[in-house]
Design a protein around this ligand. Structure first.
Ligand code: ADP
Length: 358
């Protein structure tokens, strides 16, 4: 079991021709609601990237509306392709890996929807608690029709009630079970994340920190990290640099600093440039795959999910080849950004196996 511990939010999305100026009210073209948050997106990505796409796979209805408003058509499940996937020698979905979301929601209408949304996506929602008298985390997203940049404002909601005391015991990490791997982002209080990492480390449980949004953690916490995943701006913040100091001349140096603090595997994702990885014995730059970019929302979450599921898959077969995981995560993230929306494009295991782009 992989436990994804982190933020769940409801995205309330307005799409308009442009973003209003201060003091201005503007008519939006469309309004949508969708399950979001780095925690939820990574959980869905982790699940999909180690399972074969079912013929009746759940498609987020909300995104269909967005797809119809553009020139794209919703993709149909191609039965023949799915059957052929089982003949593929590079099959990556034979091991049963379950994904449990550990999170907190408010006792409001959004809170109640999270459970069903996660379950429909294959994610076990039994680690999600409803905190009385709180609101769920909400994210207001403003999307300019043709620009690919979103503007977001979010509240922590129920997750803000988490304190260090919530994660003192191993069972707390998996909400009653001992996970094989914990994955967390930083949409929660930093001290809570540090406590989770420490509890996992002391119990010998692998921990993957996707430090997004970045917030430097205390130095002694790093030694408990099996994996640290950051993008370039997060690498800058976590290593105390300016963004322009993160470039191809410093990737190795930055990774080495984290390795020196005790992290076992460090990955810096580089957007269209791919990803750089480093361990004590190996380091390299893996190029990104060339695709037609539609919407890069969720690229990092998909990368995290694909990397996490591949790590556990390899671990269960008794080996660890970080390059293979980075290459697979690059493929998964490339596939995701060819679709609108954070979740719609997250590929399934067989779709990544099948993907052979330049
Ligand atoms: P984040 O989304 O967290 O800011 P990045 O921008 O580094 O993270 O993107 C994460 C990953 O998504 C990259 O490592 C790469 O695999 C993939 N990716 C992002 N942008 C592109 C692109 N334009 N072309 C191909 N792959 C991309």
């Amino acid at each position: 079991t992989i436990a994804i511990i982190g933020g769940l939010d409801y995205d309330l999305i307005m799409i308009a021709n442009r973003i209003p100026e201060g003091g201005e009210s503007l008519l939006a073209n469309e309004y949508l609601e969708a399950l979001g948050g780095k925690g939820a997106n990574s959980a869905i990505a982790t699940y999909r990237t180690c399972h074969k796409k079912p013929t009746d796979a759940y498609e987020t209805p909300i995104i269909e509306a967005r797809v119809q408003s553009s020139d794209e058509q919703p993709e149909n499940t191609d039965k023949q392709a799915l059957e052929q996937d089982d003949q593929n020698e590079e099959r990556s979905y034979d091991l049963e890996i379950s994904v449990r979301m550990v999170g907190a929601v408010g006792d409001d209408k959004y809170g109640r929807r999270f459970y069903a949304e996660l379950n429909k996506n294959g994610v076990d929602s039994s680690g999600v608690i409803t905190v009385p008298n709180t609101q769920s985390s909400i994210c207001f997203v403003m999307v300019e029709n043709y620009a690919r940049e979103n503007r977001c404002l979010f509240t922590l909601g129920a997750t803000a009630t988490w304190t260090k005391e919530h994660f003192l015991k191993v069972e707390d990490l998996g909400h009653g079970l001992r996970p094989d791997l914990c994955v967390a982002q930083m949409e929660i209080h930093k001290e809570v994340v540090e406590q989770m990492i420490e509890t996992a480390g002391k119990a010998g449980i692998d921990f993957l920190l996707n430090a997004a949004p970045a917030n430097p953690i205390t130095k002694r916490t790093y030694r408990h990290l099996t994996h640290l995943l950051v993008n370039e701006s997060e690498a800058a913040i976590m290593s105390g640099r300016d963004l322009d100091e993160v470039n191809k001349d410093t990737w190795a140096v930055i990774c080495q600093e984290f390795l020196n603090r005790g992290v076992k595997n460090v990955v810096i994702t580089l957007g269209a440039k791919g990803a750089y990885f480093a361990t004590a014995s190996e380091r390299d730059h893996c190029l990104a795959y060339k695709v037609k970019v539609v919407d890069t929302t969720g690229a990092g979450d998909t990368f995290t999910g694909a990397y996490a599921s591949e790590y556990l898959r390899q671990k269960e077969t008794g080996q660890w080849d970080i390059r293979k995981a980075v290459v697979r995560a690059n493929k998964a993230a490339a596939l995701t950004i060819t679709h609108l929306g954070a979740q719609q494009g997250i590929p399934w295991a067989n779709e990544i196996d099948r993907f052979n782009a330049p």
